[in-house]
Design a protein around this ligand. Structure first.
Ligand code: FPP
Length: 249
């Protein structure tokens, strides 16, 4: 696992180096509750949540995070009221269209993970366009999970590997075969998973990839999440001891 170190600005005084996780994944929860508390419709929370997603991407890149993965729409989210699903799809549509210029300028590589075949044709096209236009960008990899489910991703990975004839000999099936056929192929596993707004579960997110990630839960609702909160999560990460199933030496 690769880490990048960063130094906090401190008027030139030397401060201990903190480890910046290379890959941070976030379950952006609490948009609906945040809006309801303000007497607003749930979709207002999603709109605010999309703004925060944009800001956090910039903050993450500034901190030296190399990959950021956000859970925007799960395979289970289709069961929400049609108006809410449609509002979320419109937000994502808008995001793809307005991000082309900004992500190119900011050297951000965008990839969408999840089963894109279920999305509307125009959204699929905008995603394709954004992914292609930003494919050679290097400052930060930004993965947006849309119609994403961890189990579904593993099933699709196995199907793909099988179609390529890679599963016919059981002795040749290993972690690498699965890894290389996931939507996240080529992207290192998350070092840190953050979930906002109090719930402490992973809700079918990155089931394979989170095997050794550190988890951080905060009561803050996603629309209230900001750079200071992200830094709090990084500070907590710095107090964890990662053993990957081994022993401390
Ligand atoms: C969970 O809150 C949030 C979602 C299901 C949607 C997240 C989507 C966005 C923030 C907008 C699009 C993102 C990008 C990257 C442009 P909830 O609705 O489950 O809230 P609740 O638990 O309070 O009901």
């Amino acid at each position: 696992m690769s880490f990048f170190t960063g130094k906090a600005a401190n008027n030139g005084e030397s401060v201990p180096e903190r480890i910046i996780p290379a890959h941070v994944a976030i379950i952006m929860d609490g948009n609906g509750r945040w809006a309801k508390k303000r007497g607003m419709p749930r979709t207002f929370g999603h709109t605010q949540g999309a703004r925060v997603a944009e800001t956090i991407l910039e903050d993450a890149a500034d901190l030296g995070i190399r990959y950021l993965t956000l859970y925007a729409f799960s395979t289970e989210n289709w069961s929400r009221p049609e108006a809410e699903v449609s509002a979320l799809m419109n937000l994502l549509r808008k995001y793809m269209k307005t991000s082309l210029e900004r992500c190119s300028r900011n050297n951000v590589r965008v990839r969408v993970i999840g089963d894109k075949s279920m999305l509307s044709k125009d959204l699929q096209e905008s995603i394709e366009e954004l992914e292609q236009a930003t494919a050679s960008n290097t400052r930060i990899g930004f993965q947006i999970a849309i119609n994403y489910g961890g189990r579904d991703e593993i099933v699709r990975a196995i199907k793909r590997a099988s179609q390529e004839g890679l599963l016919s000999d059981p002795s040749k099936i290993d972690d690498t075969v699965i890894n290389d056929h996931l939507d996240t192929a080529g992207i290192p596993d998350p070092d840190l998973l953050i979930r906002t707004c109090g719930e402490q579960r992973i809700s079918n997110f990155l089931l394979w990839q989170l095997a050794y990630s550190e988890f951080y839960f905060t009561d803050k609702a996603w629309p209230d999440f900001n750079k200071a909160e992200l830094e709090k999560a990084i500070d907590a990460f710095n107090h964890r001891e990662r053993r990957y199933g081994g022993l401390t030496v």
